[in-house]
Design a protein around this ligand. Structure first.
Ligand code: ADP
Ligand code: MG
Ligand code: MG
Ligand code: MG
Length: 400
């Protein structure tokens, strides 16, 4: 089974049996494919005798999108497994353990996290996760600091950057986030109820200019190794544990793209409470929780990132008076802009989110879409004026 081909469930079992020191010899294994099958296969393999389990994630050589498929490099599986290993070295408790990567089959064998839930679903159910803000802030501070010029040898960083050139996956982001939502692209999926508002965005020259600047940063600003797809569907969660999965979009890009992604997804759920909260008190309550979480993410990230910088950056120039404050200010502003761009594309672009799309009542869904668009567009327009995370909270509160 060395030449690449998508595995069947039976082949996945055979493969798992061949992994040294994992399962008993001559054991019975059960396999279930649990991925959504758009880009990757995900096999959940269990040994009923012992209760042991494992995940095999295999990249498919194409992406299925709206009935069609386009070819997509298998190299993203290497990028994903290498990124998981770098993240594990920096924050082992926040990612699944990788047992092995098989480059021939574009297959990663990793820890089974089925005792967690996907965070998007957890938020739709209005659960609260007391450790989440501190955990994700720690993940962001450590992965972004230690893969940047601040936290690693600058020659080594340039070499490392070369292992994370991910042009095909970046192209998906460049098109679906920074281009299609801003013109009448066939990739969009516009609910007719909000078409008027979407068309207004296409005429908003201030907004379009900011999107062009954000796209340029995404294209050119190789600041740190990003996760690249850090939405709430890439986070497995429990009240006592946080695990980040699925970094197949990883590349060297602007840090604010990852921070903005997670904040955008919390704000999409904030908007979606129109359809999920049974009454206004409940809605306000949960929205308050989401905004507190966002504030705690930024303030904890800011504190930890500065502490790493102060303790570990040996480069004299990085300690130029005023430089750190300016750097963090730019990072906050990028975070606003990318969060806004991440929100807008999820309202009327190609791949949308269950938080909004699963709202059954059309009027509530429309309200949620309009709130999400209003927050997203405001964050984009305002991004270069941001001076505090409170500005973002104000924008969210005013738009709801
Ligand atoms: P994709 O890139 O196709 O989105 P993901 O890595 O996000 O793949 O995995 C898709 C789904 O497979 C997840 O939403 C989750 O349900 C399941 N899954 C992925 N990794 C694991 C894991 N380590 N443990 C348990 N389930 C997993
Ligand atoms: Mg998926
Ligand atoms: Mg995923
Ligand atoms: Mg993925």
């Amino acid at each position: 089974m060395t030449a690449y081909h998508p595995l069947t469930e039976e082949e996945a079992i055979l493969y798992a049996k061949g992994i040294p020191d994992l399962f008993q010899s001559d054991t019975k294994l059960v396999s279930r494919e649990i991925g959504d099958g758009n880009l990757n296969l995900v096999f959940h393999i269990t040994e009923p005798d012992s209760g042991k389990s494992i995940i095999l994630k295999q990249a498919l050589p194409y992406a299925k999108v709206v009935g069609e498929s386009w070819p997509l490099t298998l190299d993203r599986a290497r990028i994903e497994s290498e990124t998981l290993k770098i993240e594990a070295a920096l924050c082992p408790h926040l990612v699944p353990h990788v047992h092995l990567f098989d480059s021939d089959l574009a297959l990663t064998v990793m820890q089974d996290l089925s005792d967690h839930v996907i965070m998007r679903q957890g938020l739709i159910e209005r659960n609260r996760y007391p450790l989440f803000a501190a955990d994700i802030a720690h993940f962001l501070a450590h992965t972004l600091y230690y893969t940047s010029d601040l936290g690693m040898n600058q020659q080594q960083k340039k070499i490392q950057l070369g292992r994370f050139i991910n042009p095909e996956l970046c192209k998906i982001t460049e098109d679906l986030i920074f281009d299609d939502p801003y013109h009448d692209s066939s990739n969009n999926n516009i609910d007719p109820r909000i078409r008027d508002t979407v068309e207004q965005l296409w005429q908003d020259s201030d907004l379009l200019l900011e999107v062009a600047v954000l796209r340029e940063k995404f294209l050119t600003h190789a600041q740190a190794l990003l996760h690249g797809d850090l939405h709430t569907g890439s986070i497995f969660i429990r009240p006592d544990s946080t695990k980040v999965i699925d970094p197949e979009f990883a590349y060297y890009g602007p840090m604010g793209f990852d921070i903005g992604a997670i904040i955008a997804n919390l704000l999409l759920n904030f908007a979606a409470q129109e359809g999920w909260s049974p009454d206004e008190t409940e809605r306000e309550d949960y929205r308050g929780y989401l905004l507190e979480t966002i504030k705690e993410i930024w303030t904890t990230f800011d504190r930890e990132f500065r502490a790493l910088w102060n303790e570990h950056s040996t480069d004299r120039v990085f300690h130029t008076p005023g430089y750190q404050d300016l750097y963090m200010q730019n990072l906050l502003q990028d975070t606003f802009g990318f969060a806004g761009a991440k929100m807008v594309r999820r309202v009327h672009g190609l791949a949308q989110v269950a938080d909004i799309n699963k709202i059954e009542e059309p009027a509530a869904r429309e309200r949620a879409q309009r709130i999400a668009l209003a927050i997203g567009a405001s964050l984009i327009r305002f991004n270069r004026q941001a001076s505090s995370i409170d500005d973002l909270i104000d924008i969210a509160v005013k738009s709801a």
